[in-house]
Write a protein that binds this ligand. Structure first.
Ligand code: NAD
Ligand code: UFG
Length: 342
């Protein structure tokens, strides 16, 4: 029988891509999402791509009673991938309690249920934000954790601590935290992708919306950084590649030979790209100009970060494969589909 995996936040951006890859690898998927930052349309996309419509339960994981009902309904659950969280950095500064409540309570509830219902394996969505501005680049998993720049970033650090402490107290627990660098792009079919709420905060949705004419111009935040072209550098990772790493992580957790414990991995490409490089590559592969202007630095931004992915390459046997060119093209194809652009 196929192993059943719970994907929390599975109608969201990374969760929907991961549901596709899990189904493609023969897993059965049940999604829980309260649709606070996604729509049920992604279930249609997942079904069109895979031929399988995953089970879907709409509720808030912070509702413990409802979560208990869920675990009782699915006694064959084998593992969990926990994407559900709020993720807007700026909003978290204005509404920290909203972020602490949602991101921490959801994890605590899940861990409680995992203990009660004997589901020992969880993959957790963490972030390279835990490293702040690293002293050495590329950044390895051994780099020190720095004081978080935002309540959002802090929730990721606290969640990792909650997981680490839980592993100490629950000897059966197996945890893999995946520290994402900058996930971008969409599924190559353009049937699922990112749906930013309102004005995008992130670079690539802002680029595609500017190219589509929804935004008059992209503001490039800073050209006076100590980087080759003066703009900030990040490690942009294709979302479908990122999704595949979750399938590998699940395989590792479900492998009986694997010892319980807490493991964490960087998920990036190992290559840094500057903001201006992203804009120019986008223009080159799509042939669509992006109106941009250089403005001052954005508060809280770090200068440069990219991943040392050796640990994920060796231990998980996973590697990012899609080029920045193809990934930006996938982001544009998704934007065109959303806006009905031919
Ligand atoms: P997303 O907002 O598209 O997906 C998250 C999903 O979780 C949404 O569908 C939302 O409706 C759901 N959700 C939120 N709180 C919930 C709750 N209490 N109960 C049920 N459902 C809930 O975000 P994403 O980009 O797919 O991110 C997934 C995870 O990866 C998040 O934990 C995020 O913090 C983390 N992450 C994302 C990035 C990024 O740049 N996208 C980078 C690093 C880490
Ligand atoms: N940028 C612009 N103009 C924009 C938007 C972004 O120049 O309109 C620049 C930023 O200043 C930064 C780079 O593009 O230099 C990338 O910015 P993003 O907002 O896309 O991504 P961040 O690296 O700031 O942060 C993202 C997520 C965080 C997550 C982090 C690491 O927003 O939640 O990646 O995973 F923690």
């Amino acid at each position: 029988m196929k192993d059943l995996i719970l994907v929390t936040g599975g109608t969201g951006y990374i969760g929907s891509h991961t549901a596709v890859e899990l189904i493609n690898e023969g897993y059965e998927v049940v999604i829980v999402d309260n649709l606070s930052n996604s729509t049920a349309d992604s279930l249609d996309g997942i079904e069109k791509i895979t031929g399988v419509r995953p089970a879907f339960e709409q509720f808030d994981i912070c509702d413990k009673q409802r979560l208990d009902v869920f675990f009782e309904k699915y006694p064959s659950l084998k593992a969990i991938i926990h994407f559900a969280a709020f993720k807007a950095v700026g909003e978290s500064v204005d509404f920290p309690l909203k972020y602490y409540r949602n991101n921490l309570v959801s994890l605590v509830n899940l861990l409680d249920c995992m203990h009660t219902y004997k589901v020992p394996s969880i993959v957790f969505s963490s972030s390279c934000t835990v490293y702040g501005q690293p002293k050495d680049l590329p950044v390895t998993e051994d780099a020190p954790i720095q004081i978080a720049e935002s309540p959002y970033g802090n929730t990721k650090q606290i969640c990792e601590e909650i997981l680490r402490d839980s592993v100490r107290s629950m000897p059966e627990l197996k945890v893999i935290a995946l520290r994402y660098f900058n996930p971008i792009g969409a599924h190559p079919t353009a049937l699922i992708g990112e749906l930013p709420n309102g004005i995008p905060n992130n670079l690539v949705p802002f680029v595609t919306q500017t190219a589509a004419g929804l935004r008059p111009e992209l503001r490039v935040f800073g050209d006076d950084y100590p980087t080759p072209d003066g703009s900030a550098v990040r490690d942009y990772i294709n979302v479908a590649d990122l999704a595949k790493a979750h399938v590998t992580a699940i395989g590792r957790l479900l492998n009986k030979a694997n010892e319980p414990g807490f493991e964490f991995f960087n998920l990036g490409t190992g290559r840094g790209s500057s903001v201006l490089e992203v804009v120019k590559t986008f223009e080159k592969v799509t042939g669509v100009p992006v109106n941009y202007k250089i403005v001052g630095r954005r508060a809280g931004d770090i200068i440069a970060v990219w991943a040392d992915t050796t640990k994920a390459n060796k231990v998980l046997g996973w590697k990012a494969e899609t080029s920045l060119e193809d990934t930006l093209l996938s982001a544009w194809n998704w934007e065109k589909k959303l806006r009905g652009i031919k």
